[in-house]
Structure formats: structure tokens, C-alpha cells
Design a protein around this ligand. Sequence first.
Ligand code: GDP
Length: 329
Amino acid sequence: NRRKNTSTEEFVMQIVAGNIPFLSRAITLVESTHPKHQEQANEILEACLPHANKSIRIGITGVPGVGKSTFIESLGKHLTSLGNKVAVLAIDPSSSVNKGSILGDKTRMEALVTDKNAFIRPSPSGTSLGGVAQKTRETIILCEAAGFDTIIIETVGVGQSETAVHSMTDFFLLLKLAGAGDELQGIKRGIIEMADAIVINKADSGNEKNAKLAKVEFNRALHLYPPKESGWQPKVLLASALHHQGIDAIYAMIDEYMMLTKKSGYFQQKRNEQNTYWLLETINQQLKRNFYNNPKIKDLLQQEVTKLESGKTTPFTAAKRLLYKHNEQ
Ligand code: GDP
């Protein structure tokens, strides 16, 4: 198979030239668990790094049905109409090859799928959020090297996936619906703290009044939080993704945020912090994998669990013994 033998240089040259099939194939290498693929993926990533980093990265979250794909499509079309190149990625740790994942359904975002200045890639599948998130982070680098200047990362709020998306984006946007005045109920506290903006979607079809009330309530809630390190006061905006209303104002706000944080140096500081975070996160993952996949440790762990159950050792002593054994090897 000739395809398997594409050199790293060829990959990088084609990606930097904006060749989408090559970009897709490189992402497939990143997502592969095959050691040979991973090796080449790492080479491609390193070579792409000098061409990356020149984008803005936007994270978007919200419960299923809030209108994430409709919103991303509308925002994406707005961006490409301004001459931007938009890549849409997703983090969905619950997805697997068989189960439909977010973005997996080709009928979603039809207008964006056919836009030559947009690239849409479903969530990588995987069992651990850490693994899925790392692959998405690496995919960002490839997309940036391929000339995409705006990266949108979507997630449904399962587990810690919002934290993962927050840790790889510059701007974090929470989509909400207006309800019956109890807007703040059922919303995870941590998410409000992460949000740079809350967009109340479906502010149309007679729902405008509720949306405005919700806006007041969210604004009040946001002011209860201490000021953000970025110096940015999170904003609440209304939108109708379906009717493309409010989208230009939302993008203008994101643009304002980028200008502000680039000027203050916060933009680069946050990216540096994110890089360090991912360095440590990758080490943690690798250490864990090495430890638990070690056959001797597997045996010994079982023995220690048995001892623990019969009261012959303590968790602390057992852990120490296991770690000592691992270091010995
Ligand atoms: P997701 O699950 O968060 O990705 O939500 P979707 O984008 O799939 O939207 C869920 C449903 O809400 C679809 O039937 C959309 O057409 C509808 N929808 C999305 N945005 C709007 C909006 O702004 N107004 C109205 N009225 N419906 C919307």
C-alpha cells in the first residue's frame, strides 16, 4: 500500500499548503493507537509547530438541544463570509466508533460541510477523556498549520469535558436557553466561572421576552464572581442561531476579547500556561499507563488488594510497595 509510505516531509509540505485530504490523514495518524502511526504523527506535529499557533481558539458548550451545531454553523458561515478559514472539532468522550458522536452525523452543519473554507472533524473516539482531549489538542496544531485561523471546539457537558475544552481554547462560550426564570438552576458552578460569555440561544419565536429576562439574571449572577485574571468582564448576549441573529455581535465581542488580551499579554500567558498544563498532563497519562500496563505490577496489585482485604496491610503501605517495585524495573 503506497499510502502507508507517505513521508513525514510530504505530509508537512501538503498540510502547510492547505491540502485537506493530507490534513485528514495526518489527523487519523494522531488518533491511531498503532505505535508506528503515533511515531509519525509526533514527527508531523513537531514539524507543523512553527506553522501553528496563529489562530484563535473558541470553545463552545451547552446541553444537547440548546443549538450548538446550529450556532456553530451560523458563526462558521459568518466567519468564512469575512474571509476566515474555520475548523470545527469536538470533544465527546462518550463517543465510540459505533455510537454516533457529536459532529459524527454528516447531516449536521450541512452548509458548513460544503464550505471550502471550513473543515469539520468529529470527536476522536476513546475511552478516557484525557486521551480524547490530547488528540484534539494535537489536531488543533495540524489544522492551524493547514491555515485555519479560527478553531471552534464543541463539547457536550459530560464529565470534565468542559474543563478539557477550556484548557485548550482562548475564549469559552456557554450556550443557554431561557426558561421560566430559574435560569441558574441545574448549571454547574464551574462552568459559569470558565465562561467568557453566555449566549442565550433561541431568542426568537415569541421567546424574546424570556430571553431578555434571562439575560438580566445571568448578568447579575456573573457579577457575583470575582474579576477574571484576563481583566475581561464576561458578557451575556442573545442569539437566534436558526435565524442568524446576534451572530455578528457575538463575533465582534470575541474579536474585542482577542484584541484586549493580546494587548495586555494575557493571551500569550494563557497559551503558555496551557502548554505547561498539557506537558504535565501528558506525563501523568504516560506514567499511569506505564504503571498499570506493567504485567508485574498487575500481579502485585492483585496480591496487595488481597492483603488489604484480609487486613494484612494498609492502602498507604501497599501503594508504597507497588511504586517502589515499579521504580526498580
Ligand atoms: P445541539 O444538540 O446543541 O447541537 O442542538 P442543535 O443545533 O442540533 O439544535 C437543536 C434543535 O433546536 C434543532 O431542531 C434546531 O433547529 C433548533 N434550534 C437551534 N437554534 C435555534 C434557534 O436559534 N431558534 C430556534 N427556534 N430553534 C433553534
